[in-house]
Design a protein around this ligand. Structure first.
Ligand SMILES: [Ca+2]
Ligand SMILES: [Ca+2]
Ligand SMILES: [Ca+2]
Length: 157
């Protein structure tokens, strides 16, 4: 067990009349039944992990060991502290995984800090969206001049 990811559930916790499975276009139990079906299990969660791995690769993290490290090191710990047999390293966190090897302030993950990232910082600052809170020490719960200063440090890198 390495990590956990959304894989659906066979109960209806949010009461919308459907089981909380992962809705997908595929075959039903009868291979002639092509359509949208709710399913749950490892087959549904593995694509979420694959998707985050693909996002990592798209940002230039291509070494398989680095992809694994980013996924495991940034997973949100569940169950008993640290690795455990039920959740592995925890629940995958796509945004944290993308930031693991990323240059601070490269908010669009294109490998360079420039005006495009500054535009994201300003719009998120105005919306008080804390995913751009990167300073001091990786974030302090407020977006202010310290976060802008952090961006200036890595400008055009
Ligand atoms: Ca754990
Ligand atoms: Ca950028
Ligand atoms: Ca801050």
């Amino acid at each position: 067990m390495d990590v956990a990811a959304p894989g659906g559930d066979s109960v209806d916790q949010n009461g919308d009349g459907f089981v909380d499975g992962v809705l997908q276009q595929t075959f039903g139990k009868n291979p002639k039944d092509w359509g949208y079906w709710f399913y749950q299990g490892t087959s549904m969660s593995a694509p979420h992990v694959s998707g985050v791995a693909a996002l990592l690769i798209s940002t230039g993290v291509t070494d398989p060991d680095d992809v694994r490290e980013a996924l495991e090191a940034t997973a949100q710990d569940l169950g008993t502290p640290g690795w455990d047999a039920e959740y592995g390293w925890g629940f995958i966190d796509a945004y944290a995984a993308l930031n693991y090897f990323n240059i601070p302030c490269d908010f669009n993950f294109d490998g360079v800090v420039n005006f495009k990232d500054l535009r994201i910082l300003v719009s998120f600052w105005l919306a008080n969206e804390l995913s751009v809170d990167i300073a001091p020490d990786g974030g302090d719960g407020i977006i202010n001049f310290l976060d802008f200063a952090k961006c200036s440090e890595s400008w055009n890198q």
